[in-house]
Design a binder for this molecule. Sequence first.
Ligand SMILES: Nc1ncnc2c1ncn2[C@@H]1O[C@H](COP(=O)(O)OP(=O)(O)OP(=O)(O)O)[C@@H](O)[C@H]1O
Ligand SMILES: [Mg+2]
Length: 468
Amino acid sequence: MPTTGTETAHAAERPIVATVLIVDDEDSTRNLCRDVAIDSGLRARIASTTEQAMEILEQYPVDILITDLKVPQLGGIELLKRVRETYPQTAVMVLTQYGTIESAVEATRMGAADYVTKPFHVSELRAKLDRVVRSLEIDQENRVLREQLRTRPGFGGLIGVSPAMQRVYRLIEKVSQHKYPVLILGESGTGKELVARSIHFSGSRRNEPFVPVDCSALVPTLIESELFGYVKGAFTGAVQAKTGLMEAAGNGTLFLDEIGDLPVDLQAKLLRALQEKEVKPVGSTDRISVSTRIIAATNRDLDAAVRQGQFRQDLFFRLNVVQIKLPPLRERKSDIPILVNSFLEKFCDSKGNMRTISEDAMGRLISYDWPGNVRELENAIERAVALGSGPILHVGDLPSNLQCGAGERMPQSDELLPLDELERRAILRALREAGGDKLSAARLLGIGKTTLYRKLKQYEAASHAGPN
Ligand SMILES: Nc1ncnc2c1ncn2[C@@H]1O[C@H](COP(=O)(O)OP(=O)(O)OP(=O)(O)O)[C@@H](O)[C@H]1O
Ligand SMILES: [Mg+2]
């Protein structure tokens, strides 16, 4: 696979597994460098020309570039210059022939981290490579520390202060500077589309188009013509040619949402388009070049889909260059208060008056499991703001499934329950709302205090009698 190089990943005891790209037209040097890199616990990719190297850099994250100075076509110095400009975080080491030390010095002046003179001893390369990796690790640790110092409540429209979300922000920041594919995984409503947008709009191509395609919403037969376009007369109804979304996205981002739902035959066509960076509009014999960045998302378990033969493994590898996994809301409950407050602000009334929420109601929101994640929380707050009265939202303003205590489920509206049971639930709920004050609870229910006492005694006796 000469255009993408060979990747070999090995487990390592390092905090980060750095990727090294080795660029040399001599097989022996390339292989030697690759072996040293892998032995040092790094990932290695190889290229034999500067053109291949640039292609790999465009598609994959590369932490360290080792290049020979005499490599075709552009030579190592020009490659170094381009890498410094476009990928400033990539460290560069150069390989130079014995007797051409001036060019190595020139390379260090231009920002190369180090150089090795050919022929070299494995131990020398290993030592220098280790030094570069260590300095990358220190850089990374410093970045993390700086990040922690300015812990952000949000990023690009995403709200959340939990460590899990902070990790997501850091990843977004990193990948937004590159063009390689990103795969976003997470349950429904966890913010996958928001993350995709945030990657696009915080990168340098933010002024290019962001084109979302919902693979689950399109009729399978239409996906191909939507993605790749069609020529006039390609099928009945194709009265004029239409540009496909992949071409329309230009230098921007094509967001393939619900990629797990893409039919298998289209997976093959998409893979081909991504590999060859070309699309063939339906009915056309010509191919059109495309250079769009791909971000894909799904709430399905793609690993399992691959195992079950429902999703092509080669396409999965192609899309899964960087993976961002969004944690479900129940695993980052520390984000709930800040999300609630931001939604209260978002749904304030036309005069800009923002509601607040009672401690009890906030407690309910925190203890609930949120199977629909942030979307469900956002909807719950919107509804509570619309239906609630008064400046403070109380438990009673929340959706009914949040109004019962832990372990007790409110009946669905179409669920038939014995009248006694409905009465018991109403009484317990009123007591909770009234904070245990029986007189207030009786008032809420519109019954007398003695009736309430009598009912409670009955429940107490029944619970002592044990389960029936
Ligand atoms: N971290 C967050 N901060 C603020 N709003 C969020 C966050 N995550 C999600 N949302 C909001 O929740 C809603 C759902 O988000 P989004 O559409 O990105 O989720 P999704 O993962 O793509 O869901 P689905 O799988 O159902 O398509 C949106 O209104 C979005 O603005
Ligand atoms: Mg979505």
